[in-house]
Design a protein around this ligand. Structure first.
Ligand code: DGJ
Length: 731
């Protein structure tokens, strides 16, 4: 027993609770584990809410049941089998040697552990001391196949968070094949919950979509081998009345970077089932006797303070108990990246003036993007050959990195370690290193192919190549890119009946490689990237504190992208750059001021040819750098609040509030200006209503309650694409 987890033996009830949330389960007839409740805390559960019994036509019973009113097809459950009378989406599908996939998982026992065990080989949230969380492991067993499921639930003491994962153990005498194994199932009583998801596309990631949930099945998924730009692996379930600051909001977030599916089913009785985990499309896994399979972790959160409350819960958890980098709380260097400045057309002589200019303007890091290795003058060659191109750097890379360092700048370098070009020495030496089906041409995408990272020898090759460069000690930052999705799921290293394992083995291989590199080079600031935000997820955040949010650097488009991303990920994870106008993705021209304010709302940098700036623009850049240096700790470590959504008449606004509520930096943005403008209020959130705050620009003093309840009228925009900054300090 533990003060966070109780088991009532007489009633067969499990209660996980802290000051904020409760999670309740019960052992039912036949050992089924039912889900009773997840939501605001109840101090003590007296056992009165049990699932009512009723005979429902065509919802059958369990073998040997006398009571026709008890059906696995209607009971809210913790982890449903398939082929045992529950017709809703199953959480597990396990084929046995005889071809049957029927399983009937029943309660066998439980264990309560202090703290939270880590998941072998997988990213996961952690604890710093054993008292801050407790873990309940409930074991279910299918008596025929002797497959056991260890369902683990960790509750954090101070957070409205429960993490879950499942360990499958084959205790039988014959192999089984996992066809589906979810990380979580969560059943809700009849409900009018709505779902918020984050669909998108390349250069248009994580756009907020909110919809009613109708009868039937709805799935938010990726089978692209990566989290994807197209559908994030997070959803929120909210009541129709939930707003940014009020109402109930549940969050479901996978700690995984590969194929995922978050499935919802509203059943015949209006009850809602959620099942989430590795996408069963392109997945199967052989489990020999005595073998185990660990699912990825899922983070469940609940807030009764609307979506901002939910986001705060995730932001704090990810910043404090997922990201492990030594850079998590250190000021991130203001960088200039040469991608949009030069693309592939550069050499040391052409880059030096950009470096000179960066130093003169006060930037802190120069990042050399794609094109420095092999003979890569375009995107058709050299991936896999992590050797500097002597044509571009005749005196070697170190000659250039020395130059950058002598200018007082840090040096960052781009890699795309998971990929191979056919035009590469690596491909010529190891044509079998890429994923490709026998006798078929693998499908190119950006003219590149995916390395089989499930293979230890492939990982070793890439590790050695990268380590040789990183070990020079010249590299302060690495941008880890990944620019295509999987198509040819076949590994030359696996037998025919294991080809369904390729995608997940790839992820395990990727995580192993990332672990080795980030642990062996912990001083490096690692940034994730996948054609922008194609793999923006909690799995990658375990290794890398920041991720390139989108290849779309247009400030206006970025408002919606950063807004949507912030639903679950903190600004400390989002990198954002000021780029040239007309913008390379949208063709739009916006002011330096707007571009600066949007980029400063994340981890800040530039992505343009600094030598082409006008004298006035250079002054603006200098001022922006000073401003960012003043505010970056607040942006990185403060609490982020969404105030008003992009693409609304009022216009986008958001704020960063210090943990002790002594300071607030807020931004308001306007998109298209109006001829007969409606006066719009901006109401701030997260301040202390008892304290007085001084506007640092006007010296005007306001009560925290005034700023939050009365708000201020926003300035009226004259002209499109404007932004305003507010900075208040408590007196
Ligand atoms: C995609 C990234 O998102 C860009 O920033 C850039 O690094 C290119 N790849 C380089 O190929």
């Amino acid at each position: 027993m533990n003060d966070l987890i109780e088991f009532d033996e007489t009633q067969g009830l499990f209660h996980l609770h802290n000051q904020q949330i409760s999670y309740l389960m019960a052992i039912e007839d036949f050992g089924l584990l039912s889900h009773l409740y997840f939501g605001p805390a109840v101090a003590q559960y007296h056992g009165q809410r049990r699932y009512p019994r009723r005979d429902r036509g065509f919802s059958g019973n369990l073998p040997g049941a006398e009571d026709r009113r008890f059906s696995p097809d209607t009971l809210p459950q913790e982890f449903s089998s398939s082929g045992a009378g529950d017709y809703r989406i199953p959480a597990a599908e396990i084929y046995q040697a005889n071809g049957s996939k029927a399983t009937d998982f029943v309660y066998q026992g439980y264990q309560i552990l202090a703290g939270k065990p880590q998941l072998p080989g997988l990213p996961a949230t952690f604890v710093q001391d054993q008292a801050e969380a407790a873990t309940l492991v409930i074991t279910l067993v299918d008596s025929v196949s002797q497959v056991a499921l260890d369902l683990s639930y960790t509750i954090y003491r101070q957070r409205p968070i429960i993490t879950r994962a499942v360990l499958v153990r084959n205790q039988g005498q014959t192999p089984v094949r996992l066809n589906k194994i979810a990380s979580v199932q969560l059943d809700f009583p009849a409900t009018d919950l709505e779902v918020i998801s984050l669909p998108g596309a390349h250069v248009r990631e994580r756009q907020v979509q909110r919809e009613k949930i109708g009868y039937g099945v709805k799935s938010f998924a990726s089978r692209r081998g990566a989290t994807s730009h197209q559908m994030s692996n997070f959803i929120s379930l909210v009541t129709p009345a939930t707003t940014e600051n009020q109402g109930a909001a549940y969050g479901i977030e996978l700690v995984y970077s590969g194929n995922h599916a978050l499935e919802l089913e509203k059943d015949q009785l209006g009850q809602l089932r959620l099942v989430a985990g590795i996408n069963q499309a392109d997945f199967s896994w052989q489990l020999a006797p005595a073998e185990q399979f660990q699912t990825p972790e899922v983070i469940l959160a609940y807030s009764d303070q609307g979506l901002n409350g939910l986001s705060q819960a995730y932001h704090h958890l990810l910043k404090e108990r997922l990201v492990r980098s030594s850079w998590q709380n250190r000021p991130r260097p203001i960088l200039v990246n040469n991608w949009e400045a030069t693309y592939f057309d550069f050499d040391e002589a052409k880059l030096r003036p950009i470096v000179d200019q960066a130093a003169e303007l006060g930037l802190e890091m120069f990042v050399l993007d794609d094109g420095w290795f092999g003979h890569r003058d375009n995107d058709r060659s050299s991936l896999g050959d992590w050797v500097v191109d002597q044509r571009k750097f005749p005196q070697g890379l170190t000659h250039f990195t020395n130059y950058v360092h002598q200018k007082g700048l840090k040096f960052g370098l781009w890699f795309e370690p998971e990929m191979i070009s056919r035009d590469s020495a690596l491909y010529r030496a190891h044509p079998d290193y890429l994923l490709a089906a026998p006798d078929r041409q693998p499908a190119p995408s950006r003219d590149q192919f995916v390395l089989d990272l499930g293979r230890a020898d492939v990982r070793e090759n890439i590790y050695q190549q990268m380590a040789a460069i990183l070990a020079t000690g010249q590299i302060d930052y690495v941008k880890w890119d990944m620019n295509r999705h999987f198509a040819d799921l076949f590994s030359s290293a696996l037998p025919a009946d294991r080809q369904g394992e390729v995608s997940h083995r790839y992820m395990l291989g990727l995580y192993a490689l990332l672990e080795r590199l980030t642990q062996n080079f912990p001083q490096i600031l690692w940034e994730g990237c996948s054609g922008g935000g194609g793999r923006f997820d909690a799995g990658m955040a375990y290794y890398m504190p920041q991720i390139w949010t989108s290849d779309n650097t247009d400030a206006v488009a970025r408002l919606a992208i950063q807004w949507g991303t912030s639903l679950v990920y903190p600004p400390s994870m989002m990198t954002a750059h000021v780029s040239a106008v007309p913008n390379h993705q949208t063709g739009r021209t916006t002011s330096m001021a707007l571009r600066g304010d949007v980029a400063m709302s994340g981890m800040f940098g530039y992505e343009l040819d600094l030598t082409k700036l006008t004298p006035t623009e250079k002054q603006v850049v200098k001022a922006q750098i000073a401003t960012n240096q003043q505010y970056r700790a607040l942006v990185q470590q403060g609490d982020f609040y969404r105030l008003s959504a992009p693409e609304t008449l009022a216009g986008c606004a958001w704020a960063f509030v210090a943990a002790d509520r002594s300071e607030m930096l807020a931004f308001a943005f306007s998109e298209l200006s109006q001829a007969q403008p409606v006066f719009q209020l901006i109401k701030f959130v997260g301040l202390d209503p008892q304290r007085q705050y001084q506007d640092q620009a006007t010296q005007q003093v306001y009560g925290g309650d005034e700023l939050m309840n009365l708000g201020l009228y926003r300035p009226v925009a004259s002209g499109d694409f404007q932004s305003w900054r507010y900075h208040f300090r408590a007196l």
